[in-house]
Design a protein around this ligand. Structure first.
Ligand SMILES: NC(=O)c1ccc[n+]([C@@H]2O[C@H](COP(=O)([O-])OP(=O)(O)OC[C@H]3O[C@@H](n4cnc5c(N)ncnc54)[C@H](O)[C@@H]3O)[C@@H](O)[C@H]2O)c1
Length: 320
């Protein structure tokens, strides 16, 4: 019997993952799904096998509800974005690290050693970046968010080597195209660059056209998360952490792909006003190798055309 727990289920990635899990619940592939978040859309309802737990996963009473029945698979997505973690150190540490520790401890004490997929981030690498990045590139985070994701990875690996959890930390690149949000991650400009012109709005891009980004569409990300949960333990790297696949593109190439998708020149809709520091931290991504993910059968979107089409379709889905 598979009991799935998703933390951060009301968020951008969490909503899309939850939709997939609800479908699996209906076809009997899984027995129950528990979704936890501080906030959910007003229209969510519980049904057979499906529960919503609203509250702070760091609150023991919320954790009690979230972890009963004891989950056999966990997707730990609850987190504070790079922007919020940089603005409020204590909040970032409490949510991105403290809550993970509380969750892992609860799972350890339950004694079921569930599969735990955690959303780490390419922010663990920090800047300046080397000429290329692969799964073995040393982690040298230069933002609190990246440091907190590295702590998450270390905790997950340690609980896994003790046999208390079966952890899998996947480092996500920019997942596109998220809906507009004031608290969006500092790297959210890639989503804005796709979404705003597509919705006919003018966009001032805060990084230069030759800036480079790593991108994965939301649907491709969900596939990778599900694959991470379903991969046999023997196939995993010892440190239980690896990069998800991503397409590397310049911002100019991405804008061109958006224009091709829309069937018109959108250069009149985009201005470039690079903000000091933003490009250096978030838009100088070198070539990326994702050998572990590739061996596990995970795939990025293949080309920018598909990425943009999927990104825009998923924006509509999530917003709806
Ligand atoms: N979207 C990306 O491009 C990206 C890239 C790298 C890593 N990630 C990571 O993936 C995960 C999901 O990202 P997202 O884009 O969906 O973010 P999001 O902000 O849309 O969703 C995170 C969710 O976590 C919830 N949350 C925060 N604190 C909580 C708490 N104490 N208890 C319960 N819920 C809480 C929030 O309410 C929110 O709904 C995060 O951990 C994020 O760091 C995302």
């Amino acid at each position: 019997m598979t009991h799935v727990l998703v933390t951060g289920a009301g968020g951008y990635i969490g909503q899309a993952l939850s939709a997939r899990l609800k479908a699996a619940l209906q076809t009997g592939q899984i027995a129950s799904v528990t979704l936890v978040d501080l906030h959910f859309a007003a229209d969510v309802v519980d049904s057979a096998g499906l529960r919503h737990v609203k509250g702070d996963i760091g609150d023991p009473s919320v954790l009690d509800k979230a972890t009963w029945p004891a989950p056999t698979k966990v997707f730990h997505l609850a987190g504070i974005t790079s922007r919020a973690a940089q603005d409020d150190f204590a909040l970032g540490l409490r949510v991105n690290v403290g809550n993970a520790m509380a969750l892992f401890e609860r799972l350890r004490l339950q004694g079921r050693a569930p599969v735990v997929v955690c959303a780490s981030s390419i922010a663990v690498y920090g800047v300046p970046l080397p000429g290329a990045v692969d799964d073995h590139t040393p982690l040298k985070p230069t933002l609190s968010y990246g440091a907190q994701k590295q702590m998450l990875e270390i905790l997950l690996a340690d609980y896994s080597q003790r046999g208390w959890l079966d952890g899998r930390a996947v480092r996500l690149a920019g997942i596109v195209a998220r809906p507009r949000a004031p608290t969006a991650a500092l790297s959210a400009f890639a989503s804005d660059l796709i979404r705003e012109p597509a919705e006919g709005r003018h966009y001032i891009c805060p990084v230069a056209p030759n800036a480079t980004v790593w991108l994965l569409s939301l649907p491709a990300c969900i596939e990778c998360l599900l694959q991470a949960a379903n991969t046999a333990q023997q196939q995993l790297p010892a440190n239980r952490a690896w990069n998800l696949p991503a397409l590397r593109a310049s911002v100019h190439e991405l804008a061109q792909a958006v224009g091709r998708h829309l069937g018109r020149d959108i250069s009149d809709l985009i201005d470039y006003q690079p903000q000091p520091g933003l490009g250096a931290q978030f838009a100088t991504w070198p070539p990326l190798s994702t050998d572990i993910a590739n061996q596990l059968g995970m795939r990025h979107d293949g080309n920018l055309h598909t990425l943009v089409a999927r990104a825009l379709a998923s924006t509509t889905d999530v917003a709806a």
